[in-house]
Structures are given as structure tokens and as C-alpha cells.
Design a protein around this ligand. Structure first.
Ligand code: ATP
Ligand code: MG
Length: 415
């Protein structure tokens, strides 16, 4: 029955996958906390305008990918396709502009109507970082280094490359735009339909096209670097020097762009060769024009977002399930009662405890094995008579009799 399948492009996270997923988020958070970022949680839906105004009418997200619906009150709402616009919206509506710089970290599901494939879902998750209110390159450097530390914490330091580019300031971009459009017009016949539509409204985005014909045209296009003014060159030089001095290696990638008008200066992507075409795990840039475009004060910003599904697939050391201590009553009703009480006591003492709900001792020991339990606490008639239990180390097979009163101490090593 179709209704029993998850919706195309969505998926359940069963316990192993959910644990890896959570580990990615938690490690990312732990690192971001060390960098002084605080969490901001925004709703998963916003007024459609929040995204339309910021992502622009020509972006892939707005034209093709948004889950937009009218609610019962007649408002047009959209499930958030990305996290930056909501953070900036919250920054404005929460009055945080008085407190800049603001360093925000977020996590959560994002929704885009895309063609599902490996590493590409319709509901996926991101963690992201934004610095608002810092004009200088120190913030660009900090967010990139934050990304690098997080990937290191996931064991991916060696498999990921940082690609870096600059889009320059508004003046440089405008100059480049003219040069680029002139060139592209000369090769209009080779461009895809999508790119033709972008030619006037959003030509930089063509540089980012995945269409093969477009790529061939783009390969010979003039590069942005040649249109940069002195201010832009200087800003970029300070970013690269900062990264050099912190030992973050990167490659300059002249065709890396972010298509939207409010992006300025730094753009970057962390990519891996391990995921085929979906190799970008973390991407971001500086967006000095965004806050003003949303109707707020002109506050500069820089940040990135990373795909949690991709990171959790790549993570080198996903955490194993915690190994419990199994409490195993031998069978008499009195044992069952005592087992329930003991399990409760040990859980209060902070141990991970499994108590099978039913079955004979053999069956329960089997379950303890399946759960990879570290030890079994066995209670039977003899033990009851002695006011004790038997603790069996399930790795070594070694058994010891332990008085009930001493149990917590005896199990301390199984924490
Ligand atoms: P692409 O060009 O691959 O579509 P994008 O520019 O749309 O990427 P961003 O919006 O920059 O991607 O998102 C940042 C990160 O979020 C990506 O690098 C990726 O890891 C992840 N991501 C984006 N879209 C998806 C998706 N549909 N499914 C899973 N992860 C995604
Ligand atoms: Mg996309």
C-alpha cells in the first residue's frame, strides 16, 4: 500500500541511522559552541515572502523546489527550503540588530521538491552557521575555519577540499555581469533553455549550471577575478592570508559562484570525491545585501549550511549503540519482581540497563547477546537466598557473586 511507504524523497531514520545523524548534529554543535555560536531555532514554515524576497524569483529553489501551500486562514506559507533567510528574519523580528555581532547556529529539516537520488532528498537536514554584523574578513575566516573543525571532528579532515572564490563587491559584480552577458550572448545558441532564461535576470547563476552544453560555454567564459576592483582584491587577500595562517588549505575556484544579487565577496564549498555528483557537503558565502533586502537594517552577514545526510554517510566513526547491562531473572515470580526493582535502581545510578519483558533465562541471555550487553546480572533461587546476584562479564565469561548492597559499585566498570 502506497500510504505505508514514506513519501518519495523522504526517509525514516531507524535507530542506527538516527544515532549517526544525531552524532553529526551534536559534534557540529559542540564545535560551534567552542567558537562562541549560540543556537537559534526558527519554525519550519515561514510566510512565502521570506524566501521569495531573499532567494529571488529566478533561483532554482523559488522557481521549482518550494513546498508552498495556503493555510486555512488564506496565508501563503512555505516549508523552509534553507536556513539563512529564516535566521535573518528572526534576527530582524527579534530585534537582534542592537546586539551585533550575532553568531547563530541552527539545525533542522529543510524541504525542496527535487529529483530524489543518492544524497539528494526532498526532506533533508542541515546544520548551519551565520555571523551577522561583521563587515571585515575576520568573520569569513572564522566561519570557514569552523566548517573545517567540524569536518575534522567527523573524521573527514583529509577527504574534503575547500574551494574558495570571491564575487567582489557590488561594483565589481556589476562590471563582471556586463562582461559575462556580452560573452554569453555571443554563444546563446549553445545555452540550455534554463540558462537562456537566466541570461538577463541572473546570468551569474549560469556559471553554476549542471547542463553539459552550458558547462562547455562556461569553460571559456571570462573570469570574475579579472573584474575585481582594489577593495575586493584586498578583502579576498585578507581572507586567504587568514586561512593560510591557520593552516586551512584551500583551492581557488574561479567559477564557484552564488547566483543571487545579495551575495558579495567570499564564496566557498567543501567538497568530497566520495559522493559522486553530490559531493558538496558544506557551502556558504558572504551576503551583505540580504538583511536590507528583507526589509531590515543594512547588516552584513556571512555563513554556511552543511547537509547532515551526506555528512552522516561519510562520517568515519559513527557511534555504536551503548552496551547495556542485562538484568536476567531466572524464572520464579519473585525473581521477576526483584529484577524490575534492580533495573530501576541501576538506571537511577546511571547505567544503561536492559530488562527483557519475558522468556526463560536462556532466551533472555540470548537477547543480552544480541544487544551486545557487557554484563548480565542474573537472579535466581540461590542468589535470592544469599541476598546476592551473579554478575557475568559477557566478554570474558567470568562470573562473580555480588551482594545486593554492593551491586552499583561492582557494575561501575560497565558504565
Ligand atoms: P546543489 O547545487 O547540489 O543543488 P545547493 O546549492 O542547492 O546544492 P545549498 O543550498 O548550498 O545546496 O545547501 C548546502 C548543503 O545542503 C549542500 O551542500 C548539501 O550537502 C545539502 N543539500 C542541499 N540540497 C540537498 C538535498 N536535496 N538533499 C540532501 N542534501 C542537500
Ligand atoms: Mg539545489
Amino acid at each position: 500500500m502506497a500510504a505505508l511507504q514514506p513519501v518519495r524523497g523522504t526517509r525514516d531514520l531507524l535507530p542506527d541511522a538516527a544515532r549517526a545523524h544525531r552524532a553529526v548534529e551534536e559534534r557540529a554543535f559542540a564545535v560551534a559552541t567552542r567558537f562562541g555560536f549560540g543556537e537559534i531555532v526558527t519554525p519550519i514554515f515561514e510566510f512565502t515572502e521570506v524566501f521569495k524576497r531573499t532567494l529571488g524569483d529566478t533561483s532554482d529553489i523559488v522557481t521549482k523546489e518550494m513546498y508552498t501551500f495556503e493555510d486555512r486562514g488564506g496565508d501563503s506559507l512555505t516549508l523552509r527550503p534553507e536556513g539563512t533567510a529564516p535566521i535573518v528574519r528572526a534576527f530582524i523580528s527579534g530585534g537582534l540588530a542592537q546586539q551585533v555581532p550575532v553568531k547563530a547556529f541552527y539545525r533542522g529539516p529543510m524541504f525542496r521538491y527535487e529529483r530524489p537520488q543518492k544524497g539528494r532528498l526532498r526532506q533533508f537536514h542541515q546544520v548551519g552557521a551565520e555571523v551577522l554584523g561583521v563587515e571585515g574578513p575576520a568573520a569569513d575566516i572564522e566561519v570557514i575555519v569552523l566548517g573545517a573543525h567540524i569536518l575534522e571532528a567527523l573524521g573527514l579532515g583529509d577527504t574534503v577540499t575547500v574551494e574558495l572564490n570571491t564575487l567582489g563587491d557590488l561594483e565589481s559584480r556589476a562590471a563582471y555581469r556586463e562582461t559575462l552577458v556580452a560573452y554569453l550572448k555571443g554563444r546563446q545558441g549553445e545555452l540550455s533553455e534554463d540558462s537562456l532564461a537566466r541570461l538577463e535576470r541572473n546570468p551569474l547563476r549560469i556559471l553554476d549550471s549542471k547542463d553539459e552544453g552550458d558547462r562547455a560555454v562556461v569553460a571559456d567564459a571570462p573570469v570574475l577575478a579579472d573584474s575585481l576592483n582594489t577593495t575586493s582584491r584586498d578583502f579576498f587577500a585578507r581572507v586567504t592570508e587568514g586561512l593560510d595562517s591557520l593552516g586551512v588549505s584551500f583551492e581557488i575556484s574561479p567559477r564557484l559562484v552564488r547566483g543571487l544579487d545579495y551575495y558579495t565577496h567570499t564564496a566557498f564549498e567543501f567538497t568530497t570525491t566520495h559522493l559522486g555528483a553530490q559531493g558538496t557537503v558544506l557551502a556558504g558565502g558572504r551576503y551583505d545585501g540580504l538583511c536590507k533586502q528583507m526589509g531590515g537594517p543594512p547588516v552584513p552577514g556571512v555563513g554556511w549550511a552543511a547537509g547532515v545526510e551526506r555528512l552522516s554517510m561519510l562520517m568515519t566513526d559513527p557511534p555504536a549503540a551503548p552496551r547495556p547491562v542485562a538484568v536476567v531473572p531466572a524464572g520464579a515470580p519473585e525473581d521477576e519482581v526483584l529484577a524490575t526493582r534492580l533495573a530501576d535502581r541501576l538506571r537511577r545510578a546511571g547505567l544503561v540497563v536492559d530488562l527483557g519483558y519475558s522468556g526463560n533465562m536462556r532466551k533472555r541471555l540470548k537477547r543480552a547477546n544480541t544487544l551486545n550487553a557487557r554484563a548480565a546480572v542474573i537472579l535466581g533461587e540461590d542468589e535470592r537466598a544469599a541476598g546476592a546476584v551473579t554478575v557475568r562479564d559477557l566478554d570474558s565469561g567470568e562470573q562473580t557473586r555480588v551482594a545486593l548492597d554492593d551491586l552499583e559499585a561492582a557494575l561501575d566498570r560497565y558504565r
